[in-house]
Each structure stands twice: as structure tokens, then as C-alpha cells.
Design a protein around this ligand. Structure first.
Ligand code: ITE
Ligand code: ZN
Length: 381
């Protein structure tokens, strides 16, 4: 058995098994200084250092293996300097398992005001108080290493999906130059840098950028530029083409994705890592994922429904409370509604990925994906 210990700060991927039932799905293990991550994996999003509504103890009960933080949010509040002085993000939020931070470029363009992008980087005003800030490849790496995540992301531009091809080509070339600057700024001490491939929905640009990014030897690679408003079918087709372009022996991370159907479909195409706010954000809006489809808890139909959210679910919420009570809590604006709904949705996503890992290991993932898709389509109908 290979030595699973890695030099401090570096993650190392083990490709454990490739599905033999006709898909590109694979089982892997990402060994990190904060413990192993079994892939394919779903990563709960903890934007400002908290997965909203639940604590690290809940996340361990749910068997979450890795959570995300965001450079953009944490640099604005409480600042990377403060987190650093408090011993880094793991200690600050009392999470001793792996963490990944996004590099901030995407959030600058999806959240801040008055942003201006140049070769040097992105100048922007905080969405919180309008204060002026600047992110460059060097500054992003410096912030992420201060936060101390096990996996840090290259500073990239995720071009608006409305941009034309000419803009896209210029942006790709700059993102490649920014990757080289990130590598120079990376200390290689404690965090592992993943590159990000862009290219929109253009196969030729995806191939070109994958070659440029993967020419840099890194511990892992991500597909960026998806889940930015494109049709699900377009995203699936794009990922089917671009995921196999990434090295077979390195983790492939699809950023910002996605629905349960997106997860299953993109695992089929060879993706290993996912993050999405869907389960936590939908929970806070009273939208619950179940094996029989989505359930809107405030629906009057559940006023006197004694059943759990999902009779097939083993989570604390489903073992303990009725739909009637959860509907009441949500209608009353009770804080407990946020927690119980989030526990359930996170359990649904994390348990789905555990089923996915088992199906791959047992060489039956093609059938699993086919059945899952058929059921999802029937539920949408
Ligand atoms: C919610 N959708 C979504 N979250 C993303 C985060 C990202 N980070 C860096 N680079 C990206 O291209 C990128 C794309 C993304 N899409
Ligand atoms: Zn449940």
C-alpha cells in the first residue's frame, strides 16, 4: 500500500479504480496534511468560514471531508491578516479536516462593484462597504497561503458567458500568464496549487487552454467557466469534452457545480471534485432534495403531514421531525428551520456521492447513472 503521508502542505492523488461499466468515472483518494479525501467528492461551501447554519461537529456527523472558503469574502471580512493572526483558517473556524479556497477572481466579477481588470489584476470596490481593494495573482496566493487551505486555486478570469470569442481568447492568454505568476508566488510550503482551465463552451479554446494550463506540473486541475448561466446540456457536453483533457492521474475539480443530476453526469465524464451552494442555499429557502424529487416545505400540503421529509433518508432531521413541524418552523422564521433543512440537504448531497463512490468501486456506475437520470427526468416531468 502506497505511503499515504505527504510532505507538509502538498496533496497527492491516488487513482484507485476506473469504472469498468463503460464510463470515465473513477474512484480516487486525495491525501492531504489534514487527512484523506475519497473521490468523487462533494465539498460544502463555507464562504466566510462557516457552512451557513451548521457547525463543524454537524459536518463531521455528516462525514463532510473537505469544505470551501472564499478569498474574496475573507479578505474583506474579517481580513486575511486577522485570520492569519488567529492561527489560520483551520484553527479560526475549528475545522481540522481539509479545506480549499477559491482565488477570488470569480467572486470579484460576480459580487463586487466598479471592478476594473488589467494585466496586473483586478481593482474593485467591496460589496459590503464600497472600500477599494485589489487582487492580483501574487496577492491572491499570498492571501490563500495566509488562510492556510490545503488546496488553493490559481487566480483566473472567469469571462462573462456573454463575452464574444475574441474577448475569450484574450482572457485565456492572460489567465495563463496569471497562472505562471501564481506558480512563482506560491511558496509550496503548506498549500497545493490547482490550475484552472477556461474556454467557455468552445471545444477548441478548451483544448488550447487545457494544454497551456496542464503544461504546468501541478497537484490538481480545475475546470472553470461553467455553471455561469449556460444550459445544463451545454455544460454537460462541455465537461464531457474538457474533463478528459486533464491529466488522468491528477484530481479534476469542476467549480461551482451543481445539481444532483449535474454531479452524477459529470462524474460519468471523469470529474472527481465538486462544490456548490445549492444544498445549503436551497435549505435556507425551504427547498429540500429527496429521493422522490424536490420538496417545497412551506407548501400547505405538508401542514399536517406526519412523515419525514424523505422516508428513505437516515439524517437527524428525517429521523426526528415531521414535515408538518418543519413547515411550521419555516413559516415562523425559526432559526432551527435553517439548521434542520441544511442538515438534511447536505446529507442528501454527501450520501449521493457515497452511493456514487460505491457504484464506481463495484463497476456498476453506468447503470447507476442511467437509473438516476431516468428518475430525475420522471420527477421533473
Ligand atoms: C456557481 N458557479 C460557479 N462558481 C465558480 C467559481 C469559479 N472560481 C474560479 N474560476 C471559475 O471559472 C469559477 C467558475 C464558477 N462557476
Ligand atoms: Zn433527511
Amino acid at each position: 500500500k502506497g505511503d499515504t503521508r505527504v510532505p507538509p502542505g502538498l496533496v497527492r492523488f491516488e487513482l484507485l479504480h476506473e469504472d469498468q461499466s463503460g464510463t470515465k468515472a473513477r474512484r480516487g483518494r486525495l491525501n492531504t496534511p489534514h487527512g484523506p479525501i475519497e473521490t468523487p467528492i462533494f465539498m460544502p461551501v463555507g464562504t466566510v468560514g462557516s457552512v451557513k447554519g451548521v457547525g463543524p461537529d454537524d459536518l463531521k456527523t455528516l462525514d463532510a471531508q473537505i469544505i470551501l472558503g472564499n478569498t474574496y469574502h475573507l479578505m474583506l471580512r474579517p481580513t486575511d491578516a486577522l485570520v492569519g493572526e488567529m492561527g489560520g483558517l483551520h484553527r479560526f473556524i475549528s475545522w481540522d479536516r481539509p479545506m480549499l479556497t477559491d482565488s477570488g477572481g470569480f467572486q470579484v466579477f460576480s459580487l463586487s462593484e466598479k471592478r476594473k481588470i488589467t494585466e496586473e489584476g483586478a481593482a474593485f470596490q467591496s460589496h459590503l462597504d464600497g472600500s477599494r481593494h485589489f487582487l492580483s495573482p501574487e496577492r491572491s496566493i499570498e492571501i490563500q497561503e495566509t488562510l492556510g487551505a490545503d488546496v488553493i486555486m490559481a487566480f483566473d478570469e472567469c469571462p462573462p458567458s456573454t463575452e464574444d470569442r475574441a474577448y475569450l481568447e484574450k482572457s485565456l492568454a492572460r489567465t495563463t500568464r496569471w497562472l505562471h505568476r501564481c506558480v512563482k508566488a506560491w511558496s509550496r510550503e503548506r498549500s497545493s496549487l490547482f490550475g484552472i482551465v477556461q474556454g467557455g463552451l468552445h471545444d477548441d479554446l478548451r483544448k488550447r487552454h487545457a494544454e497551456e494550463v496542464c503544461a504546468v506540473d501541478l497537484p490538481g486541475y480545475a475546470l472553470g467557466g461553467y455553471s455561469v448561466g449556460e444550459a445544463p446540456e451545454a455544460m454537460h457536453a462541455g465537461v464531457a469534452y474538457s474533463a478528459p483533457l486533464l491529466p488522468r492521474d491528477k484530481p479534476r475539480y469542476l467549480m461551482g457545480v451543481g445539481t444532483p443530476l449535474d454531479l452524477v453526469t459529470c462524474v460519468e465524464h471523469g470529474v472527481d471534485m465538486f462544490d456548490c451552494v445549492l444544498p445549503t442555499r436551497c435549505a435556507r429557502n425551504g427547498l429540500l432534495f429527496t429521493s422522490e424529487g424536490k420538496l417545497v416545505i412551506r407548501n400547505a400540503a405538508y401542514a399536517k403531514d406526519p412523515r419525514p421529509v424523505d422516508p428513505a433518508c437516515s439524517c437527524y432531521t428525517c429521523r426526528t421531525f415531521s414535515r408538518s413541524y418543519l413547515r411550521h418552523l419555516f413559516a415562523a422564521g425559526e432559526i432551527l428551520a435553517m439548521r434542520l433543512n441544511t442538515l438534511h440537504n447536505l446529507h442528501y448531497f454527501l450520501d449521493l456521492m457515497a452511493q456514487v463512490r460505491r457504484a464506481i468501486a463495484e463497476d456498476r456506475f453506468a447503470a447507476f447513472a442511467r437509473d438516476f437520470r431516468a428518475k430525475a427526468v420522471a420527477q421533473e416531468a
